[in-house]
Design a protein around this ligand. Sequence first.
Ligand SMILES: [Zn+2]
Length: 194
Amino acid sequence: MINDFTNVGNHPALNFLNTRLIKKDQRIELLESFTDIECWLDAFGVLPYMEDLTNLSDQDKSILVTEVLDVRSKLEEMVDHLMVGQLPNHLWVEYMNDKLRQNAGYDRLIINENKVSIVRSYSARNLVGYFADQTLRLLNDVEHSRIKKCSSTNCIMYFYDSSRNMSRRWCDVSQCGNRANASKHYHRNKGTNT
Ligand SMILES: [Zn+2]
């Protein structure tokens, strides 16, 4: 298990999409097992909203891993469409509506220290509904032109650019940004020497 979950996506759906990545030219899968999914939910503070997790059988868990990865690939398909100014097609919409219908969450009331809050919860068997909900929110609630892919050619991370002038280019300036600058610097210096 690799716990490499980051908030570079700046949106739950994009953080979920970023669970497959490229490191040293190798594609890496961060959600290989149900435990990885639990870790992801925990890392982003939503694990407490999945109910009856302990009642899942091993078979349930392996079905859920397949389902979650399936929703992730549909999310990637949607993001690829949005990046070129298109909406997903009707088959995609039918698929997502099915997932939402079969895995509906429910609002739960919490009163803590005199404060009322409502949190969307899911029965563990329907936890894929959380990822479908977040996919829908990305589609419906944000400016599509702010959804971007990292500018590094060998990076497949996506993020929601919330900067005022929409200038964000990298998933992580200290990683991809630095690498790109170092490479530009190298080529520029090489150019002046020949
Ligand atoms: Zn990157």
